[in-house]
Design a protein around this ligand. Structure first.
Ligand SMILES: [Fe+2]
Length: 144
């Protein structure tokens, strides 16, 4: 039985909108993992796969907008990382011969695209927010 993707507390950034979207990405990924025989349920499998693609896109746009709003200094680098993931997803879809093969490859890749990205890249955003908060506090103290 393939391993479902596990959302853990350390994935939480403390930004409600982004955290909820990340959890939804896990949920869609797990729905795909749950298919025992994708070829037998091809329409549903393809629908969910397409949904994952669309939602990854939408979520990345949201996240990038948020980063822009808080003037995240590594935005360009982060956008590039998102771009690589999108290209990898598209590449994977093009390179496979059957839905079963696609599912096998997805199982390996989804963790990297979703969980690893959150834990390594999105987590840096959390550090930036702490710095911004500190700065605001300092400004407030000196302004008094
Ligand atoms: Fe991200």
């Amino acid at each position: 039985m393939p391993e479902r993707m596990k959302w853990t507390k350390d994935c939480r950034l403390g930004i409600d909108q982004i955290d909820s979207q990340h959890r939804l990405l896990f949920a869609i990924a797990n729905e795909l993992i749950d298919f025992e025989n994708p070829a037998e349920e091809a329409p549903e499998f393809k629908f969910l796969l397409n949904h994952l693609r669309q939602y990854v896109n939408e979520h990345f746009k949201n996240e990038e907008k948020f980063m822009q709003d808080i003037q995240y200094p590594d935005l360009d680098e982060h956008i590039q990382k998102h771009q690589v993931i999108i290209e990898e997803i598209n590449g994977l879809l093009k390179g496979v011969k059957s839905l079963d093969e696609l599912k096998d490859r997805l199982e390996i890749q989804m963790n990297k695209w979703i969980k690893e990205h959150i834990l390594t890249e999105d987590k840096k955003l959390q550090e930036w927010i702490q710095i911004v908060k500190k700065d605001k506090d300092t400004v407030q103290i000196t302004a008094e």
